[in-house]
Design a protein around this ligand. Structure first.
Ligand SMILES: [Zn+2]
Length: 270
């Protein structure tokens, strides 16, 4: 193969990778999705299993039923591939006010947050938000950005005519380590807003009162003044977040009323 053909082949491969990578999120935002979902889902499942082995889990049946009831109602509203995903839940017996999700639909709720939520609707606000991070491909988007930086290094190394120098190899490994640790890192502001909007829709469709999401954020903001809940450190709130949610009320309330009319009236209270 001549050098010219080899180079143009590389360019074509690279272009194909970038072109096939353009996707759009549930709110129509353009996203870069380079990683395979299956790969991330496998990694999410692996991390979830490790967590289940390493942390104390809540044993109280009523508490587990409460969280599972709300999670089931939310997940029950999903369609397509995400409805088929093997969603799992771990209720962790730790006082942290926190909840998060891992690729593959692995939801983690820490007991502390159950002491903050006043009712099923507020827990639905938290879980709707977390489920939306999954259906909006947020982990993939984040891992893809790191990967794209890695690809840049690979292509550069190839075009420079060598394999990996020690230097590029070190940089590449640092990036991959970052990408894998990225599963637990906070999402960015745009992704948080998107998870709020999509999550509000999920809770309303399931028959939970969307206005309780704002009530929850107000409670969190109040707690924030004395002792910052962990959830608030990864989910910076404040007036902007509340205003964004209130702006979604017309649509969310219409969906909520529709759900009520269809007899969707979850009864998950403790
Ligand atoms: Zn979030």
């Amino acid at each position: 193969m001549t050098k010219t053909i080899r180079q143009s082949l590389l360019t074509t491969l690279f272009m194909a990778l970038v072109v096939s990578a353009c996707s759009s999120s549930p709110t129509g935002r353009k996203q870069l999705v380079l990683k395979s979902d299956a790969e991330l889902e496998q990694e999410g499942t692996r991390q979830f299993r490790a967590l289940q082995e390493q942390v104390p889990l809540v044993k109280n049946g009523n508490t587990i039923d409460f969280v599972a009831c709300v999670a089931d109602a939310i997940v029950g509203e999903l369609e397509g591939d995400y409805a088929d995903l093997y969603w799992e839940l771990a209720v962790v017996d730790q006082p942290d006010v926190n909840a998060f999700v891992m690729p593959g639909g692995k939801i983690v709720v820490k007991a502390g947050i159950l002491g903050i939520v006043e009712n099923q609707h507020q827990l639905a606000a938290v879980l709707g938000h977390e489920v939306a991070h999954v259906t909006a491909h947020h982990s993939n988007e984040r891992a893809s950005r790191a990967m794209l930086a890695g690809v840049g290094i690979d292509v550069a190394a190839i075009l420079l005519g060598g394999g990996y120098s020690n230097q590029t190899r070190g940089a590449y490994e640092a990036l991959s380590a970052g990408a894998s640790l990225g599963i637990m890192n906070p999402f960015n502001r745009k992704q948080e807003t998107e998870a709020d909007v999509v999550g509000l829709e999920y809770m309303a469709r399931a028959g939970f009162d969307p206005r309780e999401s704002v009530a929850l954020w107000k409670i969190m903001n109040e707690k924030n003044k004395t002792n910052i809940p962990e959830y608030m450190s990864t989910h910076p709130s404040g007036e902007t977040r509340i205003e964004n949610l209130v702006a979604q009320y017309p649509k969310a309330l219409a969906l909520y009323n529709e759900a009520q009319a269809q007899g969707k009236n979850p009864n998950c209270d403790r």
